[in-house]
Structures are given as structure tokens and as C-alpha cells.
Design a protein around this ligand. Sequence first.
Ligand code: MSP
Length: 568
Amino acid sequence: TIPQCALVIRPWSSAVNHGSDQLCKENSSFYITTPIFYVNAAPHLGHLYSAVIADCLHRWKLLQGFDSRFATGTDEHGLKIQQAAEAASKAPLTFCTEVSERFRNLFSSCNISFTDYIRTTEQRHRRAVEHFWSVLWNKGLIYKGSYEGWYSTQDESFLTPSQVGDALDPSGKEVKVSLESGHKVEWMKEENYMFRLSVFRPFLLDWLVKNPGAVQPERFHQTVLHWLQEDLPDLSVSRQRSRLQWGIPVPGDPEQTIYVWLDALVNYLTVVGYPDKHDQWWPVAHHVIGKDILKFHALYWPAFLLGAGLPLPQVIHVHSHWTVGGRKMSKSLGNVVDPFEHSRMFTNDGMRYFLLRQGVPDSDCDYTHDKVVKLLNAELADSLGGLLNRCTAPALNPAQVYPAFCSQAFCRAVAEDHHMVAAVRSLPTVVEKHYESMHVYKALEAISACVRQTNGFVQRHAPWKLDRRYSKEQRWLDTIVHVALECLRIYGTLLQPVVPEISDRLLTRLGVKQHERSWKDLHFLQRYEGTKCPFEGRMLGSDSGLLFNRLESQKQKAKKSHKSGHLK
Ligand code: MSP
């Protein structure tokens, strides 16, 4: 029987946000989270990717004038961490602190501008989890039962028989594995607490049907709907203390430890002050997650929240994975990409740009050194860097000013120039749409196409060939440079969420002040419309060198070291 109080304390439909990706106009708060990272191993490129996506959306919201909060942190309880600490012969908390610091350092050094860093071993989190548990318990949504079935420690996940298959381990022994992750599973049978997940099936279905943007991209929304066609058994939410000591004890039953996923998911609430006042931020939550943890975020988490009478997240943004050599990164394959090393090699912004320009949320992407070099050289060094260099070079711009626009001179513009102006004018709206739906690669594609058009415009009119001694020519030259600098100002402003350091250098070089770099400053080429341009006549900022230094491919590097070997 379904406990009465389970569903009626707060009508669930009013707890769900309508029009998932549209924030209420009067509410300028925004809350974005990354998954919290397991501390059983060092950070890798995939982890950085989750963080970079969330950082990009957070910076975008700030640029738009939102009061945005951005949480990340580490997931430190559970069997997997307990075993990793044992293997390292360290006390669990010491072990967790060390690895958690590595994540924090990585994020700080890669300009991940989190406002909150949560560790599940903190006291504030324990209090939140205990409270959350008690709410579910008091509503009769948790009962004492027994679980018998498959468990994957690597995924910290319970699996039904249909989710399990046969495989051979590296020594050739037959083992059972999760069909989804490929990780080994074990049969377990124990007394523990169960959550009435099955009760929530129709409510989850209704939520997804009424909120088609709740899980994005659409493909993953469909996946969740498909899961809901099948049986949704109750979920074990605790483990026997004898098996799992490293976790939060069940309130009132010290013989049981709370299941690590229930513990971990509550982190999103802890950050915003739960169980105390949390209503400014919780209703505007957006989660960024990898596709491997969709079930936990789109089935278990909403069910827990509905049970606790809390609003559901506005959007769950799902991304796909990075592979290396076409395969999942793994220590045993030796193909794990170290994000520290690669960010040093390609610069922070280089790494961020590559991940967001090449990463497609719908499908996996393969990471190769030469792909990074090729893309960054073409788009950041040559195209964008080249354009800035050309238009600010003393030879072309000896006075080092933001030159004047002359409408009469602009009559020399041809059809392609007008197309470019139209494209740049609509660029902010195009970019907004793609950033908001986390299709950052499409936003960058659009910016990159405009940069190419601006380069074409400058190339076509070759201002360096104009003779300054004739005032008509001088005015046309100034107009060309003015238009190009206006384009660069728009690109620099729109690129801030992706490449904050490069954008800062670019905008500083153009003389654009800090308070002139937001959504409200994206009016393009105001002089063309007959209004005043605040930048016209202003001195350019100091030249801090190339925007992005060209990188060498592995082939070029090898050739060089071969040559220098010969010379010796
Ligand atoms: N601790 C859980 C999350 C709990 S959230 C309440 C967890 N941690 S994790 O460290 O394994 O993964 C964190 C994130 O990294 C996930 O979003 C995951 O998808 C992402 N990635 C892990 N490997 C990845 C790639 N190879 N590529 C892209 N992202 C990947 O799951």
C-alpha cells in the first residue's frame, strides 16, 4: 500500500517548474552545478569537461546580468572510496582530502569560477542528508526490507538482471558485468532500507511529458522516457554498516549506512542552505551531468525530491564522453589524458576552447593531440588573433585609436560587407540560443564563421593599400578599421564564457573597460544606425603580444628534434 502522506503533502505538479529553460523574468537568480567528483582516482580530462561546460553557462549568466551561483566539489563516501583508501593504506578522510584538493587545484588553475566547493564529508552536508532522510522516512517513503540482486561497486549502482551480461576479465575468467558501463557486478543479499521508487513512476512520466526541456538534449529525454516504460523497482538506499563504514549512518539505526548516491545527490541542496532557507536558489537549479549518470539524476533524484516535497531541477543538461583512440579512458589501457599536463601544453583557454568547440552533447568525441593543435591554430591563432593583429598594428593604425566611422565612406561597401554586418548584428541572439541549450559548439561555430567574414572584409578592401594623404581614402581606411574593431569587440564579449583570458586580452587591447563587457554592451556598429559609438576616438589599450601563440603538431615537434639531433 502507498502511504497517504507520500504524495499529498505538496501537490507535486506545483513543485515542478513550467517552461523548463525559461527563467521567470522577475527572478534573476541562477544556480548551476557539476556532478561532484569521486575521489578514488586523480582528475582526468572528462572531469574537466563537465566543469568547463558548467563554468561556461555560469559565466554566460553573469554576463547577462543574472545573480549566478555555481557549485562543484567531491563525492567522498561509499564502498569505492573506502576500498581506494584501503588500497592506498591511508585513513579515508586523509585520502579524500588529498584527492579533493587535486580537483580543487585543477579547477582553480583552469579558471573554473565556482562559487561553492562542497565535500560530502563536511558537517553541513551530513546535517542536510540526515534531514532529507528523515523527511522521506516520516512520509513513509522509506521502509525496512531486504535487497537481493546485482551491485556494481565501480558505479555504486544496483542493477536488474536485464542490465547485466557475461564477460571475461583480463585474466580470462568469466564474470558478470553491467551492460551499460562494462564494470564488474557482484551478487549481494542484505537487509537494508528501501525507497518507494515504484510509486513515483507515473509522476516522473508526467513531469517529463509536461516539461519536454527538462532533460536535454532531446535524445536523453527520450532515453529516460524509455526507461520509464519498464518496471521501476523500489530502490535500496542503505548498506549494512559491516560492509560499508565510510558513509553517513542512517538516522536512528547505526547498523546501516546511507546509500552513497542518496548522500551525494543531496549535495545540490546542501550548497544552497538546505535544510534552512534555500528557496532563493533551489527552484532555479540546473545540473550538468555526463550521460553515464543520467539514471541517478533523471529518475532517482526527481523521485527523492518529489517525495521530499521540493521543486525539481529546471534542466538536466547531459553531455557525452571523450574517448581516446576511440576507446573509453582507462588506467589499464594507459590512455588517460591528464588535464593538468594538457592545459599547460595548450594553455587553459586553448583547452577550454577545444573541449567546447569539439565536444558535442549528443555523441562521444575522440581526443587527439593533433586535432587540438589544428583547431587552435586555425581559429584562435590565425583567424581571431590575426584579425586583431592586423587591425591594431601600428602600420595600419599609427595613432592607436578606435578610429571614426564615416557613413559616406561606407558607401563603398559591397553586398558581402552588408551580409557580414547583418550576421554580426544577429550574432548575440544566435549565440544566446546555443549557449542556453548547451550547444556551445554551435555558438563557437557561428562566431568563427563571423570572424572569417570579417577577415574577408578586411582582405577585400586591403586598407594597407589606401593612400592616407587623401582625406577620402583616410576616412575609408578608418571606417574599415572601425567596422573590424566593432566586430572584434562583439566576438571578444561573446567569447568570455569560453576563453576568459583571451577575451580579456582582446577587449583590453581594444580599450573596452570592464563594465563595458556585458549583454547590454552588445550593440554593434551604432554609428551605422546613426547613434553615437562610445568607443570611437578612444585610445586603444596596451599591446600585450599575440592573442594566441601558434602550436606545433606532434609531427613538427618530432621533425625539429630529429633535426637538432643531426646538428649535434
Ligand atoms: N560521483 C558521481 C557523481 C555524483 S553527482 C551527485 C560521479 N563521479 S565521477 O567522478 O565518476 O564523474 C563525474 C563526471 O565526470 C560525470 O559527469 C561523468 O560523466 C564525467 N566523466 C567521466 N568520464 C568522462 C569522459 N571520458 N568524458 C566526459 N565526461 C566524463 O559520477
